[in-house]
Design a protein around this ligand. Structure first.
Ligand code: UT7
Length: 321
């Protein structure tokens, strides 16, 4: 039988740098209360959002992804020619093809990389990071650019108070390269297609609809065990974690997951307060801003956990660059 060789395997991959882009336009709770029946107090206490960012009409997912990706690339110290793979995680694509990833790569001067989009909704960044980690470890890519980018605003019914107060726009990116020691742990992931109708955009003519209470119950019960499985697989005890970065869905969900994980020494990301729920972009935006502020030391372990439509979920432990 023919043997298939994998020649250039490396012991692990690690995140070399993060970058993020948030659109300039800030929309406050009071701004929304001027057009729908809601108020600042309800949104802060039920969801935790104070303000969110909304893209300009002509600002695209590719625009935002290229901004975030360019920042991550510059911070990594690598050149465009060093990148062999570009993955864009998005569930709010304005066009089904070509892939956003190919356009982003072209914008950034990355010539001929493997390029594709991936849709695992709000878990998308963790899925894409797992794919990039595998590509780097098996020698399929020397370095990968992984981006979560969303323009949720174009799929929102701005008269529906149950969704328009939650979702927002933005992009976050990570450059992943080879490492002598693993800096990205094994992913714990899965999905429950039987609950696909809980969060959905039914067709190109429809808006986002979600069964908020059911998703809330699922997120506060089913997601923490996935996060703990990721710690177990990485051999990192929750008490060793320096940061916990759940998908920024709702501050009450974030706090419930953090409580159950019992990461007593960790900073818990609360970027939702100022960035809103940017779906697949929320984890890399939160991480990028944490690192920029110096909230977590370089080399420290952070737990990422994404969850959302699908109902897809994924978690992994990474080393902060
Ligand atoms: O990122 C993808 C994953 N998505 C999630 O994880 C979302 C999970 N779900 C949630 O975060 C929450 O369920 C929501 C934020 C969507 C809603 O919060 P809730 O605490 O579950 O509120 P609710 O739907 O149970 O509504 C409570 C009350 C209702 O009024 P009555 O029937 O009690 O009189 C709603 O009509 O609040 C009302 N309400 C609002 N009031 C003011 C619903 N939306 C609003 C609003 N402003 N925007």
């Amino acid at each position: 039988m023919t043997t298939i060789r994998i020649n250039d395997t490396v012991p692990g991959s690690r995140v070399l740098a993060f970058g993020d882009y948030r659109p300039a336009r800030v929309v406050t709770n009071d701004d929304l209360a001027a057009t729908v029946d809601t108020n600042d107090e309800w949104i802060r206490s039920r969801v935790g959002i104070v303000e969110r960012r909304v893209a300009a009409e002509d600002e695209t997912i590719v625009d935002m992804a290229a901004q975030a990706g360019g920042k991550a690339l510059a911070a990594s110290g690598l050149a465009p020619a060093d990148i062999d793979l570009v993955i864009v995680a998005t569930c709010s694509a304005e066009t089904p093809m070509p892939s956003h990833a190919a356009s982003v790569a072209h914008r950034l001067g990355i010539a001929a990389p493997g390029a594709y989009d991936l849709n695992a909704a709000c878990a998308g960044f963790c899925y894409a990071l797992a794919a990039a980690d595998a590509a780097v470890r098996t020698g399929s890519a020397r370095n990968a650019l992984v981006i979560g980018a969303e323009k949720m605003s174009q799929w929102i019914d701005w008269s529906d108070r149950s969704t328009c107060i939650i979702f927002a726009d933005g992009a976050g990116a990570a450059v992943v390269g080879a490492a002598a020691e693993p800096g990205v742990g094994p992913v714990a992931w899965g999905s429950d297609g039987g609950q696909s109708d809980r969060i959905r955009i039914g067709s190109r003519h429809e808006y986002i609809r979600q069964d908020g209470q059911a998703v809330f119950r699922w997120a506060t019960t089913a997601v923490a065990p996935v996060a703990l499985a990721a710690c177990e697989r990485a051999g990192v005890a929750p008490a060793e974690l320096a940061a916990v970065v759940p998908h920024q869905a709702n501050l009450r969900i974030i706090e419930a997951i953090a409580r159950k994980v019992k990461a007593h020494n960790a900073v818990v990301a609360d970027d939702i307060v100022r960035s809103g729920n940017t779906s697949g972009a929320s984890i890399p935006i939160a991480l990028s801003r944490m690192v920029e502020r110096g909230d977590v030391p370089s080399g420290a372990p952070a737990l990422l956990v994404g969850f959302g439509a699908g109902l897809a979920y994924a978690a992994q432990v990474i080393q902060i660059p």
